[in-house]
Write a protein that binds this ligand. Structure first.
Ligand code: PLP
Length: 380
């Protein structure tokens, strides 16, 4: 069988072998429950969790006790948004977010609006970027939370995070950012005004089913509410026995994401640019979103007169996406590209290609050859 080439690193990444090696002993040798306080098995597991907490904190320039482990970004978003709203709803009940956020944020906002929250959805321009004046005008003294992701999962477009945080803080609101796609691809520093932030292990060569929520402890301290009751784990925010192997893996992955960022970033960016350039040369192909403020690994291309589903089917040996993985099961056009002003037809002619640290130059050459041939064929 011919090798299948993976160019969908924004959907998920393979676990780094060194991460897997670090995790394995925690399944059957150091298998203790991190909440067992009376014996060495428990202490060892708890120590491993604390080391991972430090590794995650180091990646984002946070303090160790500002990291809460969760089952992934989706859970972290639920804890952050519901927790802030629950704590402050009697005084402030307005939330501001963006039309191009991931469904994990939009669906929680929808839920909160059924509970009495008022939610404003910011527009984006054709480049996928919000208008800071619109944000400034929309925030009021009733706004409790501004939620804007660092980088978009479909286009890789990066928002002006520190300016957004500043505007939120001027009106006394907290700033939450979804860093799921930015982690391991660009530098993240929570001292840029971030009050709450979520990460997911499987997006940066760690395991699936583990994530983290950063919660600012001072200047200002962010108080949340218990979302999962049942034992008081993780600062009483989400109870349940900790998934120690996965947490160890996420910690190790965070360590490599920090130490190897520049090395892998340069290679990834070169490969993405080469692939993109060749596909643009096919003619009537356009990049969706800003090319200036964008993740180094992502390209979202509008290939006119070619249906994205036909293209992916015509190039079965290359794994690439139409819109985001989480919504690609639905036949609806991507809400992200629609918000950027693309027509339905343009959205259905757009593909997302995302490279990663295991992508080789040979794979890029193979993908260029197969995709350009398929474009020609499908255009007839
Ligand atoms: N937010 C963004 C930007 C994402 O890309 C994803 C996953 O694709 C999520 C949230 C949800 O992450 P998870 O499935 O790990 O909870």
């Amino acid at each position: 069988m011919k090798k299948q080439i993976y160019l969908d690193y924004n959907a998920t990444t393979p676990v780094d072998q060194r991460v897997l090696d670090a995790m394995l002993p925690y399944f059957n040798i150091h298998f203790g429950n991190a909440a067992s306080k009376t014996h060495a098995h428990g202490w060892l597991a708890a120590d491993a969790v604390e080391q991972a907490r430090q590794q995650v904190a180091d990646l984002i320039n946070a303090e160790k006790d500002e990291i809460v482990f969760t089952s992934g970004t989706t859970e972290a978003i639920n804890i952050a948004l519901k927790g802030v709203w629950e704590n402050h709803k009697s005084k402030r009940n307005h939330i501001v977010t963006v039309k191009t956020e991931h469904k994990a944020v939009l669906d929680v906002c929808d839920y909160l609006s059924t509970q009495g929250a008022t939610v404003s959805y910011l527009s984006v321009n054709r480049e996928g970027i919000i208008d800071l004046h619109e944000l400034q005008n929309i925030i009021t003294d009733k706004t409790i939370l501004v939620c804007v992701m660092i980088a978009n999962n479909e286009t890789g477009v990066i928002q002006p995070i520190s300016e957004i945080a500043k505007l939120a803080h001027e009106k006394g609101a907290f700033f939450f950012t979804d860093a799921t796609q930015a982690t391991g691809k660009i530098t993240i520093d929570v001292t840029d005004g971030i009050d709450l932030m979520c990460l997911s292990g499987h997006k940066f060569y760690g395991p699936k089913g583990v994530g983290a929520l950063y919660v600012r402890r001072k200047n200002p301290r962010v108080n949340l509410a218990t979302i999962v009751h049942g034992g008081g784990h993780e600062k009483n925010l989400r109870a349940g026995t900790l998934n120690v192997p996965a947490i160890v893996g996420m910690g190790k992955a965070a360590e490599f994401a920090k130490t190897e960022l520049w090395e892998t970033g340069a290679q990834i960016s070169k490969q993405r640019t080469k692939l993109e350039q060749y596909l643009l040369d096919a003619g009537n192909v356009y990049i969706n979103g800003s090319t200036k403020n964008r993740l180094p690994n992502t390209t979202n291309l509008l290939i006119t007169n070619v249906k994205a589903d036909k293209l992916t089917a015509a190039v079965p040996l290359v794994s690439m996406a139409m819109g985001s993985a989480c919504t690609s099961a639905a036949a609806e056009p991507s809400h992200v590209l629609k918000a950027m002003g693309l027509t339905d037809e343009e959205v259905f002619s757009s593909v997302r290609i995302s490279v990663g640290k295991y992508t080789t130059d040979e794979e890029i050459d193979f993908a260029i050859e197969k995709i350009t041939a398929a474009i020609k064929l499908l255009r007839g």
